[in-house]
Every structure is written in C-alpha cells, then in structure tokens.
Design a protein around this ligand. Sequence first.
Ligand code: ADP
Ligand code: MG
Ligand code: ZN
Length: 632
Amino acid sequence: MKFSWRVLVLWTLPALVIGFFFWQGAFAGAPADMGRNTASTRMTYGRFLEYLDANRVTNVDFYEGGRTAIVEAVDPDLDNRVQRVRVDLPINAPELITKLKDKGVSFDAHPMRNDGAIWGLIGNLIFPILLITGLFFLFRRSSNLPGGPGQAMSFGKSRARFQMEAKTGVKFDDVAGIEEAKEELQEVVTFLKQPEKFTAVGARIPKGVLLVGPPGTGKTLLAKAIAGEAAVPFFSISGSEFVEMFVGVGASRVRDLFKKAKDKAPCLIFIDEIDAVGRQRGAGIGGGNDEREQTLNQLLTEMDGFEGNTGIIIIAATNRPDVLDAALLRPGRFDRQVIVDAPDRKGRLEILKVHARNKKVDPAVSLEVVARRTPGFTGADLANLLNEAAILTARRRKDSITQIEIDDAIDRLTIGLTLNPLLDSNKKRLIAYHEVGHALLATLLPHADPLNKVTIIPRSGGVGGFSQQILNEEMIDSGLYTRAWIQDNITMTLGGKAAEAEVFGESEVTGGASNDLKMVTNLARKMVTMYGMSDLGLVALETQNSDVFLGRDWVNRNEYSEEMATKIDRQVREMAISCYQQARKIIRENRALVDRLVDLLVEQETIEGEQFRKIVAEYTQLPEKQQLVVSG
Ligand code: ADP
Ligand code: MG
Ligand code: ZN
C-alpha cells in the first residue's frame, strides 16, 4: 500500500498550524462584531462624554448588546469633518440613553452579529479537533500492527529503516586483501544461487554468517559482494536502528524486515552492528534493556521460523563477538563465523590496487611503497587515503596522483590537517626544540629507525609539529621487536621532553610531551609484561593480544597478583627514568648541534631526513643503521 496515513498526517499538521493563524486572523482577531461599520480609531468613554457635552456627536450606533458603539462626531479641529470612532461602553451606563435623548442625538441599536462569533469559535476549535483526529490515526495504526503489543505510537512498520538494493553492483573483485574470508564466503554465494545442489543431498543450508572484525575492514562490502555475485536483493539494517525509545518498535522492525525479505527470496539480509541488539540478555545494570531483549527475541524467532532452503541468508557484522548472546551463536542461527581482519602488507597492496583502478595514478607511484608505509590501515583507511590524494591532486591542478600527494595524504590521515605555520616565534622555538630532540635521538641512537622528516608546521588536533621515522616494516609486520629497539624508541620518544628540559629548564616543560609520556608508558609496560625483558625475569605476564578489538583484553588483567602489579609499575618507572637520563645526556652533549638544527627548523619549518643526517654527520659519527640510509 503506497498511501500512508503517517505521511498524510505529518503533512497535514503543519498545514493546519499555518491555517490556524490565518483563520485566527480572519475571524477572531478582527472586530467581526462590527460588520461593515468598522472604525479604525477608538475613543475613550470619557472623551465621548466630553464630545457629547460639547454637542459634537451626531449619531450613535450600538453593537454587541450595547457594549460598544460607533460614534459619528464632528471635529472642529478638522474642519468639522464627520469622524467615525469606536467607543467601548461601560456595562452600567443606562443614563447614556437619557443623555443622548436630551442632546437630540440620533441613535440606534444593532443586533449581535452572531455569525462572526461562530466562525471565531470554529477557528479556535478546528485546530485541536484536527490534531486529535491526526493522533487518533497514529494510534490506530500502531494497534493494527500484527501481534503488536499495543504500545503507544509504534513507528516500526511505517518507517522502514532498512534499505533494499535490488542489485548491489559489488563483486568479489572489488574486495581485496581478505582472501580467506572471501574464500569462506564463496560458498554462501552458491547457497543462494543453487540451493538445490545442497538440498538434493539433504544438506541443511546455514541461515546465518557472522562477520567478525574491526571497523572499516570491508564487512559491509563483503556482504554486498555476496549479494552481487549471487545476483539477489540486498536488505540491510544496522543493529542500532532496532534500538528505539519505544519498547516494541525494534521487534516490529525485525518482523517487517523478514516479511519483506521473504517476499523477495532468494535474498540476503545484512545486519550491521548486531552487538547493538545481540548483547547478552539480562546483562545490563538493573536487569537489562527490555526493548533490546524483545528485539533480540524477535530476531531469534524469525531466524527459527524459516527453513534453511527458503533462500534467505542472514549475514551479521560485529566487532564485539564476545558480548553476543549465546543464543545467537547456536546452530541454526549465526553458527558460522568468519574473521575479517585488518589487512597485512600484501593485502594492503591488493586493496590499493582495487581503489587505484578508477583513479589516475602517476606510473611512477609505487603502490608497494604505499602499502609498506601504511601498517595498521584498514581497507576503508586505504580507500580514504587514495581519495584524499586525488583531492589534493585536483586542488594542485595536476593531471595524476603522484607520490607527493600520497605522502601528504598519509600525513593528513595519520597526523592531521596542516594548519598555517605559527607566527609566534617563542612558541615556535619551543616546539622546534622539542621536535629536534626527538629527531636527533632518532638519528643518534644505534637501534632507532632513521628519521623521515621533522616539521613544525602545525596540524589539526593540537599537533604543534612532529618528527617522523622511516617505518621499520619488517619489525612491525613480524611483531618481533628487539629489546634494544624498544629501549631506543622509549629514549627517542622522551627526547622532546628532554630537549625542552635541557634548554628551558625542567620547570618550563610543556604539556606537549604528555602524549609522548603515554607512549613511553605503553612501550615500557609491554617490555616488562609481554617480552620478559626486565629484572622480573622470563615470565610473560600479559599475552600479546592482537584481538584487542574483540574487547577481551581485560581477561588478561588479573593474571598476576597485586604485589606483581606494584613490581611491574616500579620496573616501568625505572626503565622510563633511565631512558630519560640517557636522552638528556645526548641532548646536553650535542647542544651546539641542537641549536643549529633548531635555527634551521624555525627558518625552514621542515627538514627532510637526508638533510638532517648530513648536518648531524658534520658534528658527530652516525651509527651504522643511519649511514646505510645516507648512502642508499
Ligand atoms: P566495515 O563494514 O567492515 O566497517 P566497510 O565494508 O563499510 O567496512 O568498508 C568501507 C569502505 O572501505 C568500502 O566501501 C570500501 O571502499 C573500502 N574497503 C574496506 N575494506 C576493503 C577491502 N577489503 N577491499 C576493498 N575495499 C575495501
Ligand atoms: Mg560496515
Ligand atoms: Zn613529542
């Protein structure tokens, strides 16, 4: 049914409100009781009596049962012109008639103009009446819902929050870098396309597949690709859309969704963020959330309610499978789970290739290098990166995306938008010392990764400047950090604060170092608790947890005692302190070099790694690792 009462009512109400004011204007606001005898000016009763005494009044017409009068009077100040004025009369003025008679003024009484009053009354009433009628229809609709528990105003049915795409146009080719997930889901395409193949041999086709992975890894894309490959309609809704203020709305949306999907079978239903509805029931404070439970129950009922071979497959996505209600994961529901993880370097390259297909990329650009420079980027990040680069290219009026635009886009995404350079020279110097502190240590520490660049061009998000190292992709990809590498990184990270303290004194250290300190704490903690690289010995107190996104990291927290926790804290602090001492020592011993680099940085605002190393080499011997970079 295309005709919707809701739409009608929603559009009628504002029209009525506007109409109401017009009606008010036409019938209630104007002196309707005066009929044709409208008189624009008003005269007080006292003044009227004065006029009467002065024999200026020629005619009086009474209206409204004698409560008002239109008075014709001549005004000597206005060439004795006849004026018509309105006078409000006191109710108890019987002597007025006598007086008029005495003065020989002609007067007449007119009957009440009732029609005006009635229209005014209707004008006043019609708005509330229509409003009530409108609400009545809203209520009626909600109680019409099949099985609806009769809650006030259920918008579940009329406001279809799910989307239906007859053709998604996405193919498996558009999804890259998550080959395992793709392979597993290939089968789902066959379920949708040729269910007979399976039912013929008595196989039960799974109803639900749960995609598990962090945001932006391509779960939605993958689901669309399945629908696209199988050429079936794609229904999608987000779990958060189910959760509404009114109890019962979510459940009715689920019902509605499945009803529509059954009409279109074979088809694919995609439920994003299923954790929003699928959380363990009764787990919330105060006994859980009624609305969510009802929605979840409805979802379970619907899933049980159709046979596996009806051609509907439900794919749900979440990054928190651990919080899901166990009932959702039982056989016959989302019994298949497919992990969609952030891509590795090879995966990133594949994804970059997919997104470079429809862009003009300079042949000199090596996507390989881009993939290497973007550890931790998800598919969505990479798509965004190439798009940013394309925007920069257009803005710079270039024909194709070059490495420069890609590098700038990476910085923009990882660090922030570039802002205008600072004018305030004191602050600029302070930031320069801080960043040179980092950069110099990155260059002088034997195990630190070489400097890529150091800059004091500010970025959005309160970044005054930054020094950037060339990524050690080998170590990042393998996860095999050496103790020396971590230690030098801690020292390098403390280099900013160390330089500030050496140059301006400990009391002048700015808040700019607070992020650095957080990073140091993290690194040092990892060293102590994960890698067994401390005096606490060879115990892995926390297991490396790549599943942090699963929300399980708290599980490990209690694996050691209170006493051990204190020891860990002491170790972490000692490590940070000794690194800080070392950082200050290096800055102190190279003070002349630091000053020169700061002068240059303030002037140039950015120093590339190469130039930086050359200057440093004039003062002191570079470690082996850094020399390689200079020659290469
Ligand atoms: P998720 O649903 O996991 O949060 P999306 O599927 O919404 O992620 O991804 C958003 C966008 O990022 C996609 O539309 C696509 O352009 C890009 N993207 C993400 N992952 C991939 C991938 N594996 N291959 C290609 N593009 C991807
Ligand atoms: Mg998504
Ligand atoms: Zn810093």
